[in-house]
Design a protein around this ligand. Structure first.
Ligand SMILES: [Zn+2]
Length: 308
């Protein structure tokens, strides 16, 4: 159980975003006045095309964000769709605040129209999202199972003398002790792994069968969290082109109709995933809160002794 960031999980999240959310790659970028348009971008609005719900997201304040001509033309089309008048180029050049507009389906409407869809085009995206959720959850579930093994063991300790046989004087000793206790009872974490492997196997079989029927590229709805950053350039992202939602706003998912590439779906499917108990334990890593659990039990014995 290393104290390192979970590499497999981080990689899966990055690849998932690259396939379904923010699909442009990072690249070096120098604003070119012939090609790029500086905009005083301040916020974003998501419009549900089915129920009309609107969600506003404030961006982190910054001087200017560079739009590519293609992305700004796309904005003009979205403004037309929602019946909002697009600012004159002179107003944009003068630094008038600009709102990034998006049209999609809110989660409630997507649950009725998208998540129940039976077309292979949409099912591929829905299954990929299911796999993504399983990838994200397996680490949290494993951590909870490992903590339960520790708290069960601590609850079973009857006398403080039990701790004396372990030398718990420094961080490394405490960490080794906690890991040893957790490794003594891995039934919970093993069950989490077994369930995850079954989900991955089932989703993979269904995805491959669906992908075999589909062309290289198609359109489908994919979830986008309102908390995710966005590049205003349609070919790349860079500090100059990217806008980040300000902190403290409750994230919501909107389903955006977008183009999906078979080779990217396959790339996401074929990433390395947790396969063994050892890998899963490594993904969870070690958490300082576990030391607090041991100390809390020791203090409990201390206060019981004071009472006697
Ligand atoms: Zn809606």
């Amino acid at each position: 159980m290393a104290n390192e960031p979970s590499r497999i999980t981080d990689n899966l999240l990055n690849v998932y975003n690259y396939c379904f959310v923010e699909t442009v790659p990072y690249a070096f970028f120098k604003p070119n006045p012939e090609r790029d348009i500086p905009v005083k971008l301040v916020d974003k609005e998501y419009h549900c095309e089915a129920c009309g719900k609107v969600t506003k997201v404030k961006y982190n304040p910054r001087p200017l964000t560079y739009y590519s001509k293609g992305k700004l033309a796309q904005q003009r089309r979205i403004y037309d769709t929602i019946g909002k008048s697009f600012p004159f180029m002179g107003e944009i050049a003068a630094g008038e605040p600009f709102t990034n507009e998006a049209v999609g389906l809110c989660r409630e409407c997507a649950a009725k129209e998208v998540l129940t869809a039976e077309t292979p085009e949409q099912q591929v995206v829905n299954l990929s999202e299911e796999l993504h959720r399983a990838d994200e959850l397996v680490v949290a579930k494993a951590r909870a199972a490992m903590e339960k093994a520790l708290t069960d063991w601590l609850a079973g300790v009857e006398t403080p003398e039990t701790f004396l046989q372990y030398n718990l004087t420094d961080f490394n000793a405490l960490r080794d002790f906690i890991c040893a206790v957790m490794l003594e009872d891995t039934t919970g974490v093993q069950a989490v792994l077994t369930e995850y492997l079954a989900t991955v196997g089932e989703v993979e079989t269904r995805l491959r069968a669906l992908l075999a029927q589909l062309p290289e590229q198609w359109k489908a709805y994919a979830a986008r969290s309102t908390a995710v950053f966005e590049s205003m350039h349609d070919k790349l992202y860079h500090e100059y082109t990217v806008a980040f939602p300000a902190a403290g706003q409750l994230p919501q998912d909107y389903y955006i109709n977008r183009s999906i590439e078979k080779k990217r779906v396959l790339m996401f499917l074929e990433q390395p995933r947790v396969e063994s108990l050892e890998e899963l334990l490594q993904e969870v890593g070690f958490h300082g809160e576990w030391i607090d659990l041991v100390n809390a039990r020791l203090q409990q014995f201390g206060s019981e002794q004071e009472k006697e």
